[in-house]
Design a protein around this ligand. Structure first.
Ligand code: UGA
Length: 448
């Protein structure tokens, strides 16, 4: 199959490379020429495990090309729309500028029977609107909506072996392609694209546009709610002396609840969960159903409160005044195995502490360059030892394996104050206390 993928960000670059890996002929298209250059040279423009390898093999096989020119999509039978839908500045709603810009660029190149496939996360109702635009342009092309559920850090694996596939298919009234109803045509083309996953038994939900759009935001809203739920329990644990990690273990053994996404800590961040729940709440309000997802506002509030909780703990441990005190911050990415700092709780805490006058020195295995560009006012160290040297307090904010595995005895020799704030509940309190540290976690008793 010949495929074009519009957008070579975290979603599109991975999708393009994985489609080529599956044997399709793929062109990835992006307006950012530096991204196109990097990818054409076989280099992923951001850190994502295994992406470099499959981009390089795709380039070598000749099945994967990149271009900044939308005309490169001409001749492909399937066109994926994988551009960002960020939060609108100063508002909660999603900004659909890039999605519409892709359609503007694509329309002149569409031929009868082509399938345009939306992957971006959009407010419900967007697909129907885009389909209308395609029909009005008289191209004879068909639209399907096929949300993506990949996690950063596992993006390649999640794309090649997804948990499930969701197709949002057009109603049959949207015409025929070579005598076949639009819906059947779209389904057959998507089945060809995803043949290997389907043959491996991946569950498929074939549905309408609105359901497919909603599946995506509902999944992210559910995950965000699960995290804020356990963080709310952490708050209660903090005032009662209970331990939220044992609580999560105990409720997680109930298969109806499940232990995954029940890690209390600094809360969720990244380019998806925070903006998706806000955009969902905003869209529900537009639809007159704000009350149905009003709880998402509370999910957001609990989440943001956890960041302040970490800041308050640092201030508290430093005797109420952080001026001139060195705070060593381990982690900047919104989660491990990623260099993504979009809405990163770690970075937010760093900025808040800096604003209070602390001498913040932050480090991260992959996200430092991104962080420097956005927040040059912070102090950075390229390794853990430099970050920790003479620090008054150590704050673990992103649980990279190398921070989880820190040896508390060795680290104790570097710092000035042996206080560790474990904002991810990633360390063993007893071990750190044994090595002479004062340990503070999130929703679990202090140890010393
Ligand atoms: C999320 C979803 O998990 C994906 O299924 C979805 O496809 C993606 O958004 C998207 O919409 O594109 P991602 O943003 O990569 O994926 O990150 P997650 O693994 O979901 O983590 C989100 C945040 O929650 C991170 O800051 C993480 O540290 C935090 N988290 C996660 C917790 O605080 N506690 C947990 O138990 C789990």
């Amino acid at each position: 199959m010949r495929i074009s993928v519009f957008g070579c960000g975290y979603l599109g670059a991975v999708h393009a490379a994985c489609m080529a890996h599956l044997g399709h002929d793929v062109v990835g298209i992006d307006v950012d020429e530096s991204k196109v250059r990097a990818l054409s040279a076989g280099v992923a423009p951001f850190f994502e495990p295994n992406l470099d390898t499959i981009v390089r093999s795709g380039r070598e096989s000749g099945r994967l090309t990149f271009s900044a020119d939308p005309a490169a999509a001409a001749g492909a039978q399937v066109h994926f729309v994988a551009v960002g839908t960020p939060q609108r500045r100063g508002e909660d709603a999603a900004d659909l500028t890039y999605v519409h810009a892709v359609l503007d660029a694509l329309l002149p190149h569409l031929r009868p029977g082509d399938l345009v496939v939306g992957k971006s996360t959009v407010p419900v109702g967007t697909a129907a609107h885009l389909a209308q635009r395609i029909i009005e342009a008289g191209t004879g092309a068909v639209l399907a909506w096929n949300p993506e559920f990949l996690r950063e850090g596992y993006a390649v694996e999640d794309t090649l072996t997804p948990d499930r596939l969701v197709y949002g298919l057009p109603p049959d009234e949207q015409g025929k392609v070579d005598g076949t109803p639009a819906r059947q045509h779209a389904r057959a083309v998507l089945d060809d694209v995803y043949r290997s996953a389907l043959d491996a038994g991946t569950p498929l939900v074939a549905t309408d546009y609105a359901t497919a759009e909603l599946v995506k935001v509902a999944a992210n809203a559910f995950l965000a709610t699960k995290i804020s739920f356990i963080n709310a329990m952490a708050e209660i644990a903090e005032t009662t002396g209970a331990d939220v990690t044992s609580l999560a273990d105990a409720i997680g053994y109930d298969a109806r609840i499940g232990r995954r996404f029940l890690n209390a800590g600094i809360g969720f961040g990244g380019g998806c969960l925070p903006k998706d729940i806000r955009a969902f709440a905003a869209r529900a309000e537009e639809l007159g159903r704000g009350d149905s997802v009003g709880f998402l506002r509370e999910v957001d509030t609990i989440n943001m409160r956890r960041r302040q909780r970490v800041v308050d703990m640092v201030v508290d441990e430093l005797g109420g005044d952080v001026h001139g005190k060195k705070v060593a911050l381990l982690g900047l990415a919104f989660k491990p195995e990623s260099d993504d700092i979009r809405d990163s709780p770690a970075l937010d805490v760093a900025v808040r502490l800096k604003g209070l006058g602390a001498d913040v020195v932050a480090t991260d295995p992959h996200a430092i360059l991104n962080a420097i560009q956005q927040h040059p006012q912070l102090g950075f160290a390229t390794n853990t030892v430099d970050a920790l040297f003479a620090a008054d307090v150590l704050v673990l904010v992103t649980e990279w394996a190398e921070y989880r595995e820190l040896d508390p005895w060795r680290v104790a020799e570097l710092v000035h104050g042996k206080v560790v704030i474990d904002a991810r509940n990633a360390l063993d309190p007893a071990r750190w206390a044994e090595a002479g540290w004062r340990y503070r976690g999130m929703g679990r008793p202090d140890a010393e």
